[in-house]
Design a protein around this ligand. Sequence first.
Ligand code: TYM
Length: 321
Amino acid sequence: MRILSGLQPSGRLHIGNYFGMMEAALKLQHEGEAFYFIADYHSLTSIHDGKLLRSHVRDLAIDFLACGLDPAKCVFFRQSDVPEHTELAWILSTVTPMGLLERCHSYKDKTARGIAASHGLFAYPVLMAADILIYDSDLVPVGRDQKQHVEVTRDIAVKMNEAFGEGLLKIPTPRIREETAVVPGLDGQKMSKSYGNTIELFEEPAKLKKKIMGIPTDSTPVESPKPTEGSSILALYQLVATPADYDSMIADFQRGGIGYGEFKKRLLQAMTEHFAPYRERRAEIVANPSYVDHVLAEGAEKARAVARQTLRRVRDAVGLG
Ligand code: TYM
């Protein structure tokens, strides 16, 4: 079984990325042949600052490795080290109906938020299809916001197979973990860098405290029962607490007598403890900068060998070269 997924280096990783995709991806690296990559071509649709992009790529690599990504178990690489993705994207774009891309929510959301409607942003799902199809991927672990893109990938693969021969490209399946498909941010909306509501995976302790203690709450008096429905505190606590601790926070919400400040302190403690081991590992990786370069170089070589083969197969089928 081939597993593939990617993350954009658009800023430091947040716990939405972690619980929405990385945690599942880390488990899957032991269950099949996993390919995980840093989608730096994709980030060019929103970042036009070379130095910044490069530093985000490095941070992402460090953060993912710190969380337990094992380069001996999976292939970890930078998308732009495998330029075959972009050639396949062009070929795919020639069978991709405009209407398919026009229906993509992500494009509509991004342009509504003021991101320039460039051709790259519009064609983003085609590049993503190339990322997935070039590795003959079976399974694509992602959060809910990427589901439509994987569905578009399936449609494009079907179109290619219809045009150039059944079995040319493998049809992938998205893997979405329902409980954490949409991790809420500090304000209850989907956690996203562009909404400014994130908790970074490796947030500075003082900043983490400020963010958690600043979670907006209603004005229920301390002694009264608190509404559990739609509570960001509870939703975030569930991600990092044991089931027993989570149940007891629910019971305390319903009983009343405890203020939101106390619940936030419990959340802060659980969050800090959950990521503490990764923090230590991160410090070790940062102290050894050549390790990251080595991992990415090795990953690029392995990924490229597979990508070249698929591209050769596709070029043959479509009549190029
Ligand atoms: P990106 O970088 O926005 O997010 C990386 C992964 O994190 C998930 N995620 C979330 N899951 C649950 N709740 C949230 N609040 C949340 N925020 C982010 C995303 O669903 C994603 O799985 N287009 C992709 C990157 C990409 C890719 C690919 C993914 C490029 N090529 C090929 C899979 C296969 C993206 O922008 O993800």
